[in-house]
Design a protein around this ligand. Structure first.
Ligand code: MN
Ligand code: MN
Length: 309
């Protein structure tokens, strides 16, 4: 129960530090993301920057391209190269002592995609401007949806923003990207709470599905019993990645194909025993779709809102 001993002031300074680091990481990302560059090398550089500045990546940096909406994170020695016409969603998380910020930006190089990219950027700006304690979650959803549809695109309704709690990225309450959302529990923003707001827009219908590919995982339980091999693999993973989402890249410093194969074998072993879960890459149902996303984390106060990222 360490939170009892942690003052509000200390928590705030941890959130602010995580936020400052996320801004530096995003700035670096915008500089590094260029046609011809390798996605794997870029995310490694971004995550190393986060660590260098005293933060920890709260989840594997997402590098979802074109019709991929979310959850693609480069694998060990991933060969993905950035194309001239790619629309890249760079989504990163930073935590200090479990206090997480979550932020994303979309990068593209062609004028054709400006209006798509601007639609989520503007939707996010308007959403953040309208957040305050007591504001209806639904109202923010409506603002996001109308901004995106007025620009000629469709919001991805199945994806949403979310409340963030210590060590919990998706903490129950959802911040919708449309006005028709159904709510379980809270229906308003509450003072003293942290929320990620993340509009997504698609050039097609905005319907998504899970792909066959997963490169983000999370430990969900400790193995029971005395299966020696299982316990050994679990202990090794747990020590390295804890309880937050992880990439196979987080489990090793060795960037070789042999190591990649070995780690993937262990991941399959843990998946089969339901010790870890996978986050499949989420893709637009149409492969021709282009998807844009922008995301900020905000701290809602009694009478003000602080943009952390
Ligand atoms: Mn998020
Ligand atoms: Mn995110």
């Amino acid at each position: 129960m360490s939170q009892i001993n942690t003052s509000g002031k200390e928590i705030l300074s941890k959130y602010r530090k995580a936020g400052r680091i996320s801004k530096s990481a995003k700035k670096l990302a915008k500089k590094l993301i260029q046609p011809g560059e390798n996605a794997y090398e870029i995310v490694e550089e971004i995550e190393n920057k986060i660590r260098e500045l005293g933060g920890i990546p709260a989840f594997p940096t997402n590098f979802s391209v074109n019709y991929e909406a979310a959850h693609y994170s480069p694998e060990i020695l991933d060969t993905r190269i950035i194309g001239e016409r790619d629309v890249i969603k760079l989504d990163l998380g930073v935590h200090i002592d479990g206090y997480i910020v979550d932020t994303a930006v979309t990068v593209s190089f062609s004028d054709d995609t400006d209006s798509l990219v601007n639609s989520t950027k503007t939707a996010l700006t308007k959403a953040v401007e309208n957040v305050h304690a007591g504001q209806k979650l639904k109202t923010i959803g409506k603002i996001i949806e109308s901004t995106i549809t007025q620009a000629g695109f469709n919001p991805i309704k199945e994806l949403s923003g979310h409340q963030i709690k210590r060590y919990v990225l998706h903490a129950g309450v959802s911040v919708p990207n449309h006005s028709g959302a159904q709510f379980l529990g809270a229906s308003e923003f509450e003072s003293g709470k942290v929320y990620a707001i993340e509009p997504f827009a698609s050039t097609m219908t905005g319907a998504i599905k899970e792909s066959e590919v997963s490169n983000i995982f999370r430990i969900i339980k400790k193995p029971k019993g005395n299966h020696e091999k299982l316990n050994k693999i679990f202990d090794d993973f747990y020590q390295k990645v804890g309880i937050l989402p992880f990439s196979p890249r987080f489990v090793t410093d060795k960037n070789t194909l042999a190591e990649k194969k070995e780690i993937n074998k262990k991941i399959q072993f843990l998946l089969k025993r339901k010790i870890i879960m996978k986050y499949p890459v989420l893709i637009e149902k149409s492969k021709r779709a282009l998807v844009s996303q922008h995301e900020h984390t905000v701290l809602v106060g009694k009478s003000s809102v602080e943009l952390l990222t």
